[in-house]
Write a protein that binds this ligand. Structure first.
Ligand SMILES: [Zn+2]
Ligand SMILES: [Zn+2]
Length: 322
């Protein structure tokens, strides 16, 4: 990969443009309280411990079809809540959603244990505004491009940035969501959605097997392990997809298309196209690039729930190609 002199130095000509056209509001505002910080740590560490425990657990007691089915179902709902909801709809407005769909997407995203709609969107819009430069909440290039700096940068972009107690200014980066009363109501109930995200798989598994043991394995596989897998897939877009892969489109950062994660990330790992054309509803635009999120948006459009979908056009893609 080509070396870059100073990874996070703002490129010439961009600082002023960003500052002049940008909002005068500060980039960050306030800090997390001690309790909130503890919750963030717990939300990361507990599912991760379950993921590590899953290996001997699966070896010893097996994983039955009910556990697997519940876990996959929950992964689909919460993962698509993040990719189609938090990311493509709320952050980038790549399509308009009617009110029930909009609220449902916010709920599905809140179930993913990745914070609220408003917080997620504010962080992610800041990522696009400053991608791989000073101000990016999670660039793997933050510390430089030597192997040691990249190892440290990988950790920071994947997970470490979550523990920064300084909060992205929502009034600056997500004023549309701050003003949306329905979304604020859903976000205000975040802790209940998080509990439901654990309780629902336990309940389904418990009822399906008519046993407390089933409820426990449902909580473990459909709750904790599923949350941890989705966490790491989502975080890999921030870390791996800004380091490794192909860059067929002109983006002003180090974003790359990383095919091995295409299915698990529901098309989000076609990240180079996404940075080249952030509002595009489809990220996997080249031949054979599977994009499950785009397929779901297409379905929503067919039902009439999604409108103004920004589908890619050949002319636009030709212009974006390097
Ligand atoms: Zn990115
Ligand atoms: Zn994005």
């Amino acid at each position: 990969m080509p070396p870059i002199a100073s990874p996070l130095a703002v490129r010439e000509g961009e600082t002023e443009a960003d500052e002049v056209s940008g909002s005068p509001k500060p980039m960050m505002t306030g800090r997390r309280s001690g309790v909130e910080q503890l919750l963030v740590i717990a939300f990361v560490i507990i599912p991760l411990s379950a993921l590590i425990a899953a290996i001997p657990f699966a070896w010893g007691w097996g994983l039955n079809w009910v556990d697997a089915g519940v876990a996959i179902g929950m992964y689909l709902i919460t993962g698509l809540g993040v990719t189609v909801g938090f990311h493509r709809h709320f952050t980038h407005s790549s399509f308009k959603a009617n009110r029930p769909l909009r609220v449902a997407l916010a709920v599905a995203g809140n179930l993913a244990f990745q914070g609220t709609t408003t917080g997620w969107v504010a962080d992610h819009r800041r990522h696009h505004a400053f991608s791989d430069r000073d101000g990016d909440p999670h660039s793997p290039w933050r510390f430089g491009s030597s192997p040691a700096a990249l190892a440290k940068g990988f950790w920071h972009a994947h997970l470490g940035w979550l523990f920064d107690r300084n909060l992205t200014n929502r009034e600056r980066f997500a004023p549309d969501l701050v003003a949306d009363r329905d979304i604020q109501r859903v976000d205000g109930q975040f802790i209940w959605w998080a509990l439901a995200s654990l309780a629902v798989p336990a309940l389904i598994d418990g009822v399906a097997t008519l046993s407390w043991w089933g409820a426990l394995t449902g909580l473990f596989w459909g709750g904790l392990v599923r949350i941890a897998v989705l966490h790491h897939v989502t975080w890999s877009i921030n870390s791996i997809c800004h380091m490794f892969g192909e860059r067929p489109f002109a983006a002003r950062d180090r974003s790359a298309n990383f095919w091995p994660l295409a299915i698990l990330s529901f098309g989000e790992s076609w990240h180079n196209l996404h940075h080249a054309d952030p509002t595009c509803a489809r990220h996997g635009v080249q031949r054979g690039q599977i994009d499950i999120s785009a397929r779901l948006i297409w379905l929503f459009e067919k039902f009439g729930w999604a409108t103004n979908v920004r589908w890619p056009t050949q002319r636009r893609l030709d212009r974006l190609s390097v």
